[in-house]
Design a protein around this ligand. Structure first.
Ligand code: 9MJ
Length: 693
């Protein structure tokens, strides 16, 4: 019987292949097949298991999310206690830690440490027997935790089976941190906020709340990750003699280990690591609350042992907290581009994670009411990554007498138009449209922005100035500006005025997709704008489209369709659009520009590697577009790679492409080649330097 007809063999084959792809995707962050290819493998396995339920095993990839809801979490004792860490808060305390250790070891020479980011998540213990995951437990009080196997198994980066062929101990308990990335946390909270559902105060609570779900199917929907940093019980024999080498072994066995971990020499090496990582703290995709130093030698670790419940061989060095207490001085209402009224707390200045914070968002009035924030309240304020600081909660015990409630706005604070809250929506909006100076300002800023009309040099401050000084009254006026009108403006010299006029003039030549995006119609982001341009091919056709026509466009639902219809039915909008065209804003006719056929695309037959994030499309979209043009999309760079497309925060693949001399495209060049605006790879415009990022 061949593997094609023997279901048992095919099932084994599929499981091995799927595990390999899970590892590439979740652990190495380097997928090697497309989502649709992966889905096809998964579906095939599922179908075979449905047909042959006797062949289902607990470690099958299909069983990650099969678990039925449980009644309660079962307590499990930890064979070896899960230790906590002693904290240090400054360099002197780290030096004292190093001195203490040297004294116990009787060592006068510099010690080798492993420095690790300190993830702010939920500590888990994962037990493997003969390479198969058998139990996941929380830390609990360190001696007894709770079993959360069904929930933890849904985390994609936790392998259910260690990589075959590696020399792992028959019993292996690894320990690490489950966490939510900042991007996942924001996405999750934004969605919850839009639906008026419970939001989490920080990624740590979100990770804890997600793992605490009795129904693992809920956990499975949460964007959780995992990183291994230590060891519990294990069968002796095959583990290395240093912590750093053990982490390497974990990686070989398919376990996720942070790429930020370094071996460093002595206390100076430790402190330098903390300084370097602190500089990048805001750019890390997850939240850290410090770093951890561990003596590298296992023999030394054993000699050092632990005191009470913390190891003597490790210490945490805590960064300034990303959450601090301060007082609300007042609450202002900001008006966004789409009229959304956002309450913003003005605060007594406070240092949060190294930055002085004076304002924090309250997101919307429903959130403000839910949190019951009042003027005079003491509140906890949080900042993470480069996200706007937010008010997390009120310290009710500290509420002063006479703390003032903030009323719901009935009128726009800027233009006094009535504030409206459409049925079923969470957001209260100004109904003034472009009559509202605040909406107009935001609309002009959006219109000029890089991804819209891309008017170089027309930043937020200048837009404010142009509107405040009455130089423009709508977006079309930008194209009526002349140099003499600009010269009296603050900090506007002859040269900068000329540059601005030239940049505005240059922006007239655009694409239909960019133009549609720049109009700032609600729910029309870049992807929708592109789809609309591709579907309708001309502005006239789009402006005349019925709801039915609009909803026939990919990615356009009834809400976006209604917004588009409303926008183009509004006389003042039609006038601005007409004015813009009369003033020379134009684009090549989409209809006359067929999508590049296979034979004309520079990607045809080439292997392309995507790295970093693109702003115009998701990675899967980019992959689909490339594949449609006959390209092969690969996860790793080699001499045979045709192109590397380097988005923002491109990393090691970009470096490798440079060292191999592979052609590198930045996003703009990539978009140009995709759209067929150019079919030639010109080295001067396309080969980019990493310093540009
Ligand atoms: C965290 N939270 O990232 C430890 N941790 O080591 C790292 N925690 C730890 N190590 C021994 N990187 C006990 C806890």
């Amino acid at each position: 019987m061949t593997s094609a007809t023997d279901p048992n063999k095919r099932i084994t084959q599929l499981r091995t292949t799927i595990r390999k792809h899970d590892h590439a995707y979740y652990v190495l962050d380097n997928p090697t097949i497309s989502d649709s290819e992966y889905d096809a493998l998964f579906k095939e396995l599922n179908a075979l298991e449905v047909a042959h339920p006797e062949l289902i095993t607990k470690d099958s990839p299909t069983q990650r999310v099969g678990g039925a809801p449980i009644d309660a979490f079962v307590k499990v004792p930890h064979e070896l206690p899960m230790l906590s860490l002693d904290n240090t808060f400054d360099d002197q305390e780290v030096e004292a830690f190093d001195q203490r250790i040297k004294k116990v070891l009787g060592s006068h020479s510099e010690l080798e440490y492993v420095a690790e980011p300190k993830l702010d998540g939920i500590a888990l213990s994962i037990l493997y027997q003969d390479g198969v995951l058998v139990r996941i437990a929380t830390r609990g009080d360190g001696r007894t935790g709770e079993e959360i196997t069904a929930q933890g198994k849904t985390i994609g980066s936790i392998p259910q089976v260690l990589l075959a062929g590696s020399n792992y101990p028959p019993l292996l308990e690894v320990r690490g941190e489950a966490f939510m990335t900042l991007e996942g946390f924001q996405r999750f909270n934004d969605e919850a906020r839009a639906n008026g559902e419970k939001v989490f105060a920080n990624p740590r609570n979100a990770a804890a709340g997600s793992l605490r779900q009795l129904d693992p199917r809920i956990t499975a929907k949460r964007p959780l990750s995992f990183s291994v940093h230590g060891l519990g019980a294990f069968t002796p024999g095959s583990l290395a003699d240093t912590h750093a080498e053990r982490l390497e072994q974990f990686k070989h066995w398919g376990l996720p280990v942070s790429a930020e971990i370094r071996t460093v020499q002595g206390v100076q090496g430790c402190l330098e690591y903390a300084r370097q990582l602190a500089l990048r703290r805001d750019q890390l995709p997850y939240e850290i609350d410090g770093v951890v130093y561990k003596v590298n030698s296992m023999a030394f670790q054993e000699r050092l042992g632990f005191v009470s419940r913390a190891p003597r061989w490790a210490v945490a060095y805590k960064y300034p907290a990303s959450e601090q207490l301060t007082r609300v001085l007042s609450v202002d209402v900001q008006v966004g581009r789409t009229g959304a009224l956002t309450p913003v707390a003005r605060l007594e200045p406070v240092m949060v994670a190294g930055v002085t914070v004076t304002n924090a968002t309250l997101h919307n009035f429903q959130e403000l009411q839910r949190k019951d924030v009042r003027i005079g309240d003491q509140v906890s304020v949080r900042r993470a990554g480069d996200v706007i600081p937010e008010v997390v909660r009120v310290v009710f015990d500290e509420r002063p007498e006479g703390a003032t409630q903030i009323p719901l706005p009935s009128r726009c604070p800027i233009c006094d138009s009535p504030a409206i809250q459409p049925e079923g929506e969470v957001i209260i909006r100004c109904s003034g449209g472009l009559v509202c100076p605040s909406q107009l300002k935001e609309a002009v800023k959006h219109f000029a922005s890089r991804r819209a009309m891309n008017i170089d040099g027309l930043g937020d401050k200048l837009v404010n100035l142009l509107l405040d000084k009455g130089k423009i009254r709508d977006i079309a006026d930008l194209y009526r500006l002349e140099k003499p009108a600009l010269l009296p403006l603050e900090r506007m010299g002859d040269k900068s005025a000329e540059n601005l006029i030239n940049a505005i003039r240059k922006s007239r030549q655009t694409t239909l997709a960019r133009f549609l995006f720049s109009l700032g119609i609600r729910e029309v982001g870049q992807t929708t704008a592109r789809n609309l341009a591709r579907h309708f091919k001309s502005l006239e056709a789009l402006m005349a489209a019925s709801m039915e026509d609009l909803e026939g466009t990919p990615d356009v639902g009834p809400v976006a369709a209604t917004n588009i219809r409303r926008f183009f039915l509004e006389e003042s909008n039609r006038k601005v659009v007409q004015d813009l065209r009369n003033l020379g804003v134009q684009w090549p006719d989409v209809a006359e520009q067929p999508p590049p056929s296979e034979s004309t695309s520079p990607f045809t037959g080439k292997t392309v590697v995507l790295t970093g994030s693109l702003t115009n499309m998701t990675r899967s979209e980019a992959r689909a577009r490339l594949e449609a043009l006959g390209a092969k999309v690969s996860g790793s760079v080699s001499k045979r790679t045709g192109f590397v497309v380097a988005g923002e925060k491109a990393g090691s693949k970009l470096t490798k492409a440079e060292s191999l001399g592979v052609a590198i495209l930045d996003e703009e060049a990539f978009m140009a080649l995709l759209s067929g605006r150019t079919t030639e790879v010109r080295s001067d415009s396309i080969q980019i330097q990493p310093s540009l990022f």
